[in-house]
Each structure stands twice: as structure tokens, then as C-alpha cells.
Design a protein around this ligand. Structure first.
Ligand code: NI
Length: 192
């Protein structure tokens, strides 16, 4: 596994429309990409990452709404794995992979979350999106799935799917608010 470089605005590659993963591309290279994406996302840390954010224009997303909390105390394991007493991280990861995702039934009802993005560091803003949605996607073995999503997972998936079309969450803001966000980012970078 390897941590890859995350592209940040205004890198023009973030505007790329990503291409589908073809049937003959569900291979070790894809698995390696997904492993690297998880490692990169956990390291950042973030809860979602699209392949284009590491410069790969493929329709691949990873999401984990429950990244391990490095500051949490590990808990005593109550199972015997044959390796004696040991501990596990207090929080359990919930890694999700979505390949070639398509939203088929977005709800009319909207919900608002304060969003951020690893490609737009340190900027947060409220974005309205359909509160629930049904998504079709493939897993790492190419199997097809359908799932109803709600809450933060629905929002996060839609945010990541925007990346596949070259859209960032700040593109959902008014011109004024987007301008302010980019100005703030520029200032933060100059101060760093
Ligand atoms: Ni993002």
C-alpha cells in the first residue's frame, strides 16, 4: 500500500470527467488503487475519496464514515484468536468501495450538511443535496449491487460522485460564497 498525493484546487485535473472501469479492468491493479485510496484517505484524514483526487480518472470511490480514532484508547479483545490477550482499536472501520456508481432514485427532499473536501483543504460550507438516494454500483470483483442510502452516507456518496463529473462541493455555492472560500484558502496557504 502507498499514500498517494491528493490533488488540490485549482489543479485542472480535478475538472476531469472520469471514465468507467471496464469489465476486464477488475484486476489486481484496481485492487491496488483502492488499497492506496483507503490508505491515503485514512492518512489525510477524510471520510471519502474519489480516484481523480489522486489523479486517476476512473469511476472509483472509497468511503468510510467511521475512520479509526487514533486518540481513542484501544479495547481489550474478548475473542480468542489463539494469540493470547490483545487489544483492538476502539472504533471500527467501515470501508466501502463504489465502482461505476449511478444514482437511480434521488429523493426530492433535501438535507443540508456542512461539507469539506480533501481537495479543498480547510474550507467548509453548507450544501443541500437529496436526503436519500438509491445507488447502483459494482464491487471490487465486478459484482453488481443496489442500495438505498440515507443520512451522511447519501450525502458523502453524492459529494464523491460529483468528483467523477469534475465538480467540487464549492461549485454548489453561490459565486460570491465560492469566491470567498477560494480567497480564504489562498490566505491560509500563504500563512502556512
Ligand atoms: Ni471531495
Amino acid at each position: 500500500m502507498a499514500i498517494r498525493e491528493i490533488l488540490e484546487v485549482p489543479d485542472p485535473r480535478l475538472k476531469t470527467v472520469s471514465v468507467p472501469v471496464e469489465p476486464d479492468e477488475f484486476n489486481d491493479e484496481l485492487k491496488k488503487l483502492v488499497e492506496d485510496m483507503f490508505e491515503t484517505m485514512y492518512d489525510a484524514p477524510g471520510i471519502g475519496l474519489a480516484a481523480i483526487q489522486v489523479g486517476v480518472p476512473k469511476r472509483v470511490l472509497v468511503i468510510d464514515l467511521q475512520p479509526e480514532d487514533p486518540d481513542a484508547d484501544p479495547v481489550e479483545c474478548d475473542h480468542d484468536h489463539g494469540d493470547g490477550a490483545h487489544t483492538h482499536p476502539a472504533t471500527k472501520n467501515d470501508p466501502r468501495v463504489f465502482i461505476n456508481p449511478v444514482i437511480i432514485e434521488p429523493a426530492e427532499e433535501l438535507s443540508t450538511y456542512q461539507e469539506g473536501c480533501l481537495s479543498v483543504p480547510d474550507i467548509f460550507a453548507d450544501v443541500d443535496r437529496p436526503a436519500t438516494c438509491k445507488v447502483k454500483y459494482q464491487d471490487l470483483d465486478g459484482n453488481h449491487h443496489e442500495e438505498n442510502l440515507e443520512g451522511l452516507l447519501a450525502t458523502c456518496l453524492q459529494h464523491e460522485m460529483d468528483h467523477l463529473e469534475g465538480i467540487l462541493f464549492i461549485d454548489h455555492l453561490s459565486r460570491l460564497k465560492r469566491g470567498m472560500a477560494l480567497k480564504k484558502l489562498k490566505k491560509l496557504r500563504q500563512a502556512a
